[in-house]
Design a protein around this ligand. Sequence first.
Ligand code: C2E
Ligand code: CA
Ligand code: CA
Ligand code: CA
Length: 275
Amino acid sequence: AKTGGRGRHAWFDNSMERSLKLRGELEAGLRNAVPAQEIVPYFEQQIDLTTGRITGFEVLARWDHPTRGSIAPDIFIPIAEEIGVIGELSLSIMRQAFAAARDWDAGLSLSVNVSPLQLRDAWLAQKIIKTLVETGFPASRLEIEITESALFDNLPLAQSIVGSLKNQGIRLALDDFGTGYSSLAHLRALPFDRIKIDKSFVTSILDNPESMAIVNTIVRLGDSLNLPTTAEGIEDAAVEERLRGIGCAKGQGYFYGRPLGAAQVRRLLAEKRLL
Ligand code: C2E
Ligand code: CA
Ligand code: CA
Ligand code: CA
């Protein structure tokens, strides 16, 4: 049937109304999701590109929504930041991830993402350290990933939080390197241990010479600053091979498998005798 202008309008209003309704529903649901333990950690393998071995996992949040299924963090992390529950959400994810990974092989590390907003919480380091102590997960096996945009917001506070974390032996990675502004200045502002090369460069290295040049330059920069690099978003063997060739230390991506729940990780590690 032919739809007139009026019909289209009605449809548009309905769809806007629906998306506002969805947003409201997610917002309300999110406040309850953390105490209800609906926000759970998934784990993405990180691979040593020289040996091919698993060195650890990046922790990625998923919302197991009671009616809508699994919701991706790109949807709910921004809402959690906006409504002020990101700190609570993040500590809940860490607590669950630390408890799960505590009895995995002692050589396996965990990398957790920390939101820019959390670097405004003067108690952040204490909260993370308390969570480590309570779960019995060693600080030396933890790496924290932060994105560039976070850093210059309140640099002295960020430096003091990071100082407390590093004093405990926690490592620090600069996430999504190359995507923000003044990347190089950020490298000097905080004592990073690792650079993560954003997947937007990595996925295209074989068909885009600029991407290849950028990735190569980041790896060389890491070399000269004594910072090992991790490439994210490796989707096939050819890209992995190329990254190994230019001396990138670690990699992660769908080539090694999709992120797994804690029970699936246990099965994987049991097969590999890493439990
Ligand atoms: P990120 O930290 O850059 O995480 C990497 C994202 O890339 C993950 O998406 C991962 O599943 C995806 N990915 C991994 N390998 C591949 C690949 O080979 N190809 C492609 N196309 N994608 C790949 P995810 O899990 O949807 O997370 C999205 C973002 O949400 C993360 O980006 C991170 O910024 C944020 N996030 C996730 N968990 C948390 C959390 O607990 N706290 C905070 N603050 N942010 C989180
Ligand atoms: Ca990350
Ligand atoms: Ca990243
Ligand atoms: Ca990202």
